[in-house]
Each structure stands twice: as structure tokens, then as C-alpha cells.
Design a protein around this ligand. Structure first.
Ligand code: ADP
Ligand code: MG
Length: 445
């Protein structure tokens, strides 16, 4: 605050009246809380906030090199501020001992048509254990938000229920604990049992890794039963629905059947955009819509990949251009390993002829000629075969491109390669098929 004194924009008298009585009461990662003097507070509260907010903010930034947001409180608000802070700290501690990631909350979870149903179920079970949604079985492919959702449920329970004991474990952790307890004997097993029966909400992630591991499955089964009978919350995630487990015991399968099942699906374009925008907002990153659109259009497999792409762009941008906004070129450059633009390029007859010709060191004209010597005719037949395999073109179209009048020539060429492949397979060889693989890779890269 001293710095403001020298700021020519603030008159000394103003400084004395308004700035000097301010005290920094608290600071955390991104916020400074300033205590206002009673007198100032009563009369000039909003004046200070309006007039000096930016000044104070900037000078704090100048001194600390960090950008903080400001919060002003009065003496009267101190007590509730302290209590709230205290509760908040407790919440952070409880979340940490429940194994939770502080960033995975409902607030940061973007809801779209792919997950609205399951998000509603998750909120319902977080709110009340006595719901049809308990136990809840969440399934879906990798990187689609199962773990994020489970943590969100757990956070929400901790917030709403001050005395709730919540435990999130991965199946791997659970398995390791079971193995460890077996190794150490009866006492350890009893302890483990106590740990898992003595809670109000259990969340086990990626249960597919428990299935088929006899002792762990057994332990899980009993834990599940006890908690279920006691009306506690049980939330399970898996990469597939229970019916798709092969070597699972029936009793466990039917246990899962007691609960609700909900699937989490890949996000559509709009949801991918919304997720990227949320990310930017949370991290104060400025990426243009053009760039976000480029990422959202091209990275559509899952959200983890989407985030990976986003991180690459922001990281490269910081490396190249510390102070300016990323350009589409930077984004394209950052993502060239992830996004292969040729995947979208349709493979054409021309591109096949091109690659085959250069692979055999022939000219395109030679490939398309009537030359029947085998060093030209055979590559030509390979081109015919690949055109049939890799493009939707008709025999007639292929014939036209290869300078043949009749499509039966093409049919003959394709047949020849098919027969050679067949013969090779019988002889347990793979020279030709390897060659075709190599050429195909060249064509599609
Ligand atoms: P899973 O457990 O299904 O493999 P995760 O929960 O680990 O997937 O999600 C992968 C990443 O994507 C995480 O960083 C997560 O925060 C993010 N993510 C997933 N779904 C969403 C969503 N709906 N909104 C925002 N971020 C999401
Ligand atoms: Mg996961």
C-alpha cells in the first residue's frame, strides 16, 4: 500500500484518509482480504471499492508479482469470515483424507446430452442416500468423466453433511489393501474390514479391475452388502456394464442389479466446446473461438484427449509468445502430433496411384500405361487392389483413372492380388501383405 503514496494520481490527503487505514487481513492463493476501518467502512465503503480497487490490486501485483483478487470486509464481518474460513479449511482436510481431487467438483463438470442423465443421478445420490439412485453404477469408456463425477459426488456429500465419512478408492488401491492385509494376517484383515464398513459413502473407481480377483472380489462383496444393508451410499464406476463382465460371480452381478445403472457417453461438438470454454475460464486462459473450434472439431475421442490438446496449445503458446494470444497456427503446430488432418482427407484413386508409383520407382504414366511387363503390371495390379480396398470408387471409375477401357481388367487385377495373398497365407508368409501395409500407411499419412 505504501506504493500508492507515490502514485501521482492519488492525492496525499486521500491516501491518508482512505488507504492508510486499510489492513491486509488475510491472503490465500488468489485472494487478498482487506480489513476496512470502521469509520471508513461506514461512510466510504463503496467509494473505496470503486475508486481504489484497481490501484490497490495493481500495486499488490507490482510488489508480489502475482495477481490477486480483492475482498473487503468490515470488523463486524470478521467473526463470520473466520468461521467460514475455518469450515473451509476443514472441508479441504476432509476432502484430502477422502482421497479427493479438489478440482473435480460439480461446479467444474460440464453437463451435456451425453451425461445429463447420469449427472442428475449423481446429484440425487449426493443429496440423499435414500434414493432410487443408490447404489449407483456408472459406466462408460475411458476419459469420459467417470472419475470426475465420482469425486464431485464425494465433495458434495462432505459439504452437505458435516459429519459424513466418505472414502474414494481406486480398484487398484482397494486390491492392494486386500493383498497387504492377507499378507499381514487376521488383525490387518479385521482392521481393513472396519475401515470400509465404518463409512457413510464408499466410491470405488474402475471396478473392472477387481472382477476376477477372487479374494478382492470377495472382500468387495461383503463390504458392499454391509454398506448396502446399512443404507449407506455406494457408488461404483466401470468401463462396461455388469452384463458384459464374463468371469464375475452371479451373486455380485445380482448385487449390482440392486442399484441404478447409468451410462456416460462421449460428448458432442457443443459439449466439447463448452468443456474447453469452462477450462479457459477456470484457468484464465484466452483462446479464440477459432482455436477452440479447431480443437473441438478435431479431437473428438474423449475428454481426456480434449484436455491434452488444450494443454498442449496453452503450453506451446506460453513458450513461443509469452504475452500475446495464441494463433490458430500455433494451435495447429502444437496439435500436429495429435490431430492428423489426413485422417479427414478422403483417400483418392490419384493419391493411391501416386504412392504406388513412387514406391516402385515408376512414373504415374507408366502405372497408367498399357505396358505389360511384370515390373509395371504388378504394381498396377496392387494399385487396383488398393483402390478397391481404400476407396468407395466403382470398378469403372478405377478403370478410367488407370487408362483401361474395360473394368474386367481391374477385376482381374484385384483377383490376382487376392489370390497371391491367399497363397502367401497358406505358405505362412507375409511379404506381400507387409508390403501392402507399408503402402497403405504411406497413402494415409
Ligand atoms: P474417466 O474416469 O471416465 O476415464 P475422467 O473423469 O478422468 O474420465 O475425465 C478425464 C478428464 O476430463 C478429467 O480431467 C476431467 O476433469 C475431464 N472431464 C471429464 N468430463 C468432464 C465434464 N463433463 N466437464 C468438464 N471436464 C470433464
Ligand atoms: Mg477414471
Amino acid at each position: 500500500l505504501e506504493m500508492l503514496k507515490n502514485d501521482f494520481e492519488i492525492k496525499p490527503v486521500l491516501f491518508k484518509t482512505f488507504i492508510e487505514p486499510l489492513k491486509v487481513y488475510d491472503e490465500d492463493d488468489d485472494k487478498v482480504t482487506i480489513l476496512l476501518d470502521d469509520d471508513v467502512y461506514q461512510h466510504y465503503d463503496s467509494y473505496i471499492k470503486e475508486k481504489f480497487y484497481t490501484f490497490i490490486k495493481n500495486s499488490i501485483e507490482a510488489v508480489t508479482g502475482k495477481s490477486y483478487s480483492l475482498d473487503f470486509i468490515s470488523k463486524e464481518e470478521l467473526e463470520s469470515y473466520d468461521t467460514e474460513k475455518n469450515e473451509n479449511n476443514q472441508l479441504i482436510e476432509r476432502a484430502a483424507s477422502a482421497n479427493l481431487n479438489p478440482n473435480y467438483t460439480f461446479d467444474t463438470f460440464v453437463v451435456g446430452p451425453n451425461n445429463d442423465f447420469i449427472a442428475a443421478a449423481a446429484k440425487a445420490v449426493a443429496k440423499d442416500p435414500n434414493t432410487d439412485w443408490n447404489p449407483l453404477f456408472i459406466y462408460g469408456g475411458v476419459g469420459l468423466g467417470k472419475t470426475h463425477l465420482m469425486h464431485s459426488i464425494a465433495h458434495s456429500i462432505l459439504e452437505n453433511q458435516k459429519d459424513a465419512r466418505v472414502l474414494y478408492v481406486t480398484s487398484e488401491q482397494f486390491t492392494n489393501e486386500v493383498i497387504e492385509s492377507i499378507k499381514e494376517g487376521v488383525l490387518a484383515s479385521t482392521k481393513l474390514r472396519k475401515k470400509y464398513r465404518n463409512i457413510d459413502a464408499l466410491l470405488i473407481d474402475d471396478i473392472q479391475f477387481v472382477i476376477g480377483k477372487e479374494r478382492t472380489e470377495e472382500e468387495f462383496f461383503h463390504t458392499f452388502n454391509d454398506l448396502y444393508q446399512a443404507g449407506k451410499r455406494i457408488i461404483i464406476s466401470s468401463d462396461r456394464p455388469p452384463k458384459d463382465f464374463t468371469n464375475i460371480e452371479d451373486r455380485i452381478k445380482s448385487r449390482f442389479g440392486n442399484g441404478m445403472m447409468a451410462e456416460i457417453n462421449p460428448p458432442d461438438y457443443e459439449t466439447r466446446m463448452a468443456i474447453l470454454k469452462k477450462r479457459c475460464e477456470l484457468e484464465h486462459e484466452h483462446l479464440s473461438d477459432e482455436i477452440l473450434d479447431y480443437i473441438a472439431t478435431n479431437v473428438n475421442s474423449n475428454i481426456r484427449e480434449l484436455e491434452g490438446a488444450y494443454k498442449k496449445v496453452t503450453a506451446l503458446n506460453k513458450l513461443v509468445n509469452v504475452n500475446t494470444e495464441a494463433t490458430l497456427d500455433i494451435a495447429k503446430n502444437a496439435l500436429k502430433d495429435i490431430i492428423n488432418p489426413n485422417v479427414k482427407n478422403v483417400i483418392t484413386i490419384d493419391s493411391i496411384i501416386d504412392v504406388v508409383a513412387s514406391h516402385y520407382e515408376l512414373s504415374i504414366d507408366q502405372i497408367c500405361s498399357a505396358n505389360r511387363s511384370s515390373n509395371v503390371a504388378y504394381p498396377r495390379q496392387i494399385a487396383m487392389y488398393l483402390c478397391k480396398q481404400l476407396t468407395p470408387a466403382s470398378l469403372k471409375e478405377i478403370a478410367a483413372k488407370l487408362g483401361k477401357k474395360d473394368h474386367s481388367t481391374i477385376l482381374h487385377g484385384i483377383k490376382k492380388i487376392e489370390e497371391d495373398l491367399e497363397a502367401e497365407k497358406k505358405a505362412n508368409k507375409n511379404d506381400l501383405s507387409n508390403k501392402l501395409d507399408v503402402i497403405t500407411k504411406l497413402i494415409s499419412s
